[in-house]
Design a protein around this ligand. Structure first.
Ligand SMILES: [Fe+2]
Length: 314
């Protein structure tokens, strides 16, 4: 029987886990234990604080539904999602490739298909804008027929998942670029929004006296055979939170500003944004997503469960 002091306990745990057959699981759990123990020693964690941490993680798990991912939100507000995204990007993005951004907790698979020039909005409750451009590879060669998923908040700053009936999809769509990689679609200018503040992550953000807002943005995922999936977002320059995003998603190259009078805009009557997306070659098949449709992350038995237990609008 060993008498384990505050440092020896760490080595004892790592020694017992040394039997782990999967080398990556072994590496990750060893580092997790080492860092977690060091953290507890650094802050001199008390039993009450340890229990508070357990209660917090329990509440985060309990807030998750097929339509809400509180753990992704937690990862987002502590910058872990951004960190994983940046590391993943550094491995797979070519130098001239479009920078990536967070997939976020509001992505949904199988959004409605829309044609070139169509609108994402079932009913436009705000001024329309048009977004257009071309998808190319890192050498500037057009990527034909790329598939594009687009999703955003409406003009009130709400995603469809936050509406009273989240099973209805709105303000999102899938379109196919033409043979030259060109695309255009209409939408309404989104509004920046507060992350959901009615759960444990919102409470944490409030306790930290942070504003909890994301600047207005449009999420875009571009996919084409032979290319790494591009997951990114475009951020509006005039949003007051563009420099203090609560989830750290903004990069300078992704900041946009709608303009009128662009010579090649497909609609002269609407403010327009031209943005050309540059895809990188798929070298390792690892894909571009850091995140998932929330419905894919709940235990199988809970998928499609009663959507009455959802995040309230707000
Ligand atoms: Fe978003």
């Amino acid at each position: 029987m060993q008498d384990l002091d505050v440092n020896e306990i760490t080595e004892a745990v790592i020694a017992q886990m040394a039997t782990t057959p999967d080398p990556r699981l072994k590496e990750i759990m060893e580092a997790a234990v080492r860092h977690l123990h060091a953290f507890a020693r650094e802050v001199n964690l008390t039993p009450d604080e340890w229990l508070k941490g357990i209660a917090f993680m329990t509440a985060v798990g309990q807030a998750c539904t097929p339509y809400r991912q509180e753990f992704i939100l937690f990862s987002d507000v502590i910058g872990l999602s951004r960190l994983v995204n940046v590391m993943h990007d550094a491995k797979g993005r070519e130098a001239t490739g479009t920078e990536t951004s967070l997939l976020g907790p509001f992505f949904r698979e199988k959004a409605p298909e829309i044609g070139l020039g169509d609108s994402l909005a079932k009913v436009a409750h705000g001024p329309e804008i048009v977004i257009y451009g071309q998808v190319t590879d890192a050498d500037g060669t057009p990527v034909p027929n790329a598939e594009m998923d687009v999703w955003q908040t409406n003009a009130e700053g709400m995603y469809d998942l936050q509406a009273h009936d989240p099973s209805v999809m709105d303000m999102r769509g899938r379109l196919r670029c033409d043979a030259e990689g060109r695309f255009h679609f209409r939408t309404v200018k989104p509004l920046g929004y507060s992350i959901p503040m009615d759960g444990p992550v919102g409470e944490l953000v409030r306790n930290q006296a942070r504003h909890g807002f994301r600047p207005a943005h449009i999420h875009i995922l571009v996919a084409a055979p032979g290319h790494r999936e591009l997951v990114t977002a475009l951020y509006f320059a005039d949003d007051r939170h563009v420099d203090s995003d609560t989830v750290f998603g903004v990069s300078q190259s992704l900041v946009i500003d709608p303009k009128t009078g662009l010579a090649d805009a497909p609609r002269a009557d609407l403010p327009a944004i031209r943005y050309d997306f540059v895809m990188s070659r798929d070298t390792d098949g690892s894909g571009g997503r850091v995140g998932s449709d929330p419905s894919k992350l709940v235990p199988a038995g809970r998928v499609g469960s009663d959507p009455s237990n959802l995040m309230p609008a707000g």
